[in-house]
Design a binder for this molecule. Sequence first.
Ligand code: AMP
Length: 219
Amino acid sequence: MNLILLGPPGAGKGTQAQRIEKSYGLVQLSTGDMLRGAVAAQTEIGRQVKRIMDAGELVPDTTIIEMISERIDHADCAQGFILDGFPRTTPQAEALDVMLEKKGMELNHVIEISVNDELLVERITGRFTCAKCGAGYHDKFQKTAVDGVCDNCGGTEFSRRADDTEKVIRTRLQAYHAQTAPILPYYQEKSRLRQVDGMASIDEVEQQIAAVLDGGARP
Ligand code: AMP
């Protein structure tokens, strides 16, 4: 089963992808995580995209499409994958369709996690992850059980994304509305799009997504 999670930054795509990954045996493919990995490893791509990401703008389509095309050929994607943060523009959505057809793969679900913009800034500025296992937390909405200790692995080091500042978030939201929201009609026309309420609790959103995934291939 292959699916796309769509929604603005801070909608909870990463959190939900981590949960679906575990319960459905799929692999999460986050273009943001891949790019952050490339920046940290100072690869050629990493050097090219760092400034763009720090500013909250979008990386060129060709870079992203090549990266995803190469990644979904890996053996761990054979059981299915969750695209998180991709596609983000109409050319990316079109390229994905062509790519999947060439590879003989299918897109089973496109799920939009819809959230009110007002909530997003608060959600994003408060989030942090365990530096060891990547588990996600939030200063207000999802604290660790013991202060400073990861619930999942016991790690004591945490990190925050460089682009999770209020100024950069505003640019990322603008990029979402200008470049990513226009792909929703693309999937609507193909009758693939399903919507879940991202304002609900993390557990409730997970249940809504599970209902879509368990309820048949297409609406
Ligand atoms: P994310 O972790 O999905 O919020 O992505 C963080 C940043 O990586 C974005 O603000 C963009 O600069 C870049 N990025 C991630 N995915 C894409 C994509 N599909 N297309 C263009 N830029 C992307």
